[in-house]
Design a protein around this ligand. Sequence first.
Ligand code: TXA
Ligand code: MG
Length: 351
Amino acid sequence: MIIKLLFDMELLSDSEHDIKIAAKALAGGALVAFPTETVYGLGADAFNTKALARVFEAKNRPHFDPLIIHIANTETLSLIADIKSLAKPIKEKLNILTKRLWPGPLTLVLPKKAEIPDLATSGLPTLAVRFPSHPVAQKLICLAAIPVAAPSANPFGRLSPTRADHVREQLGGRVDFIIDGGRTDIGLESTVLDLTHNIPRILRPGGISQEVIESLIGEVAYALPGEAGASQGEDITSPREVISSPGMLKNHYAPCTPIVIHKSWEMSLIPDAVDEGRLYFSVPDKSQCPADRTRVLSLAGDLQEAAANFFDMLHELDSLGLSLIRAEEAPSNGLGTAINDRLRRASFKAC
Ligand code: TXA
Ligand code: MG
């Protein structure tokens, strides 16, 4: 079923028939927004520089911020990444990671092959690559038979989309097709892991925790905010040289409503105000904010459930026209690290 929304954008279902239409268009240079298990991506043929240029334009994304290339089988990896140039111990770690965590929410930064256009990688000698587990994403990439460059399908610096509606609202007629695959499961972007150093480095915490990665390959380092350019993020026109992964910019993932982060115990001490909303990690205190202005990431305190609800609930609170959102910090382990990372960036500056 195809719903014509605007002259130049079509909403597709996730039926085989519609995915085929999208795949053909994608291979022909169109921009297709599609669901992945993390967030919706804005896909373009990774070899088509015109289509890549449209991705940057549609998102208003600075050209120093490289794209993730999505593939639908592990064999394609060696066609786009220069695996041979990796030292043996890193090759072994790469094998373990791709065997155990792909398909899934893990993006690997590797030396790139020359065939990948510089536009996709912002001129870096490396590329970021991911094999998503979402069946719609896999089918789309398989049928299009190309590696698909896909950033999250939101304007640069804004909340990531976990529903097709978020893409339609935020990018509207700037994309050719949107495939509606329902709400995404994981709800936070992939973890970006740089494998070009002796000790792998997490450039962006995400859907796979540091603990899980370390249990498989041993020590990984963490690019802390303030390190490798992360502290330059106040100004999103910062030069690329100081940004090891531009997703580390301080003011990424921002809603339009300002956010203030609180420790759990602080939340109950602050009196309610009618123009404020609350985002609790877990059980909210009873006396405070009314239900329509309150969201709870996970009543059970489950980090996976909380991550899945995170952008979704921020989108909801952001649509209420509030003057402030007070957000409770998540525990700082597992996926809590990624939730707190997105909270910090969302709180840095409203859009
Ligand atoms: O879950 C996800 O990763 C989603 C879905 C659609 O796959 N995609 C996504 O893409 O979040 P994007 O463009 O919003 O974020 C990609 C991140 C950025 O922080 C970018 O700087 C980093 O990956 N990145 C891309 N190529 C890189 C490279 N060669 N070296 C270091 N960081 C890179
Ligand atoms: Mg993004």
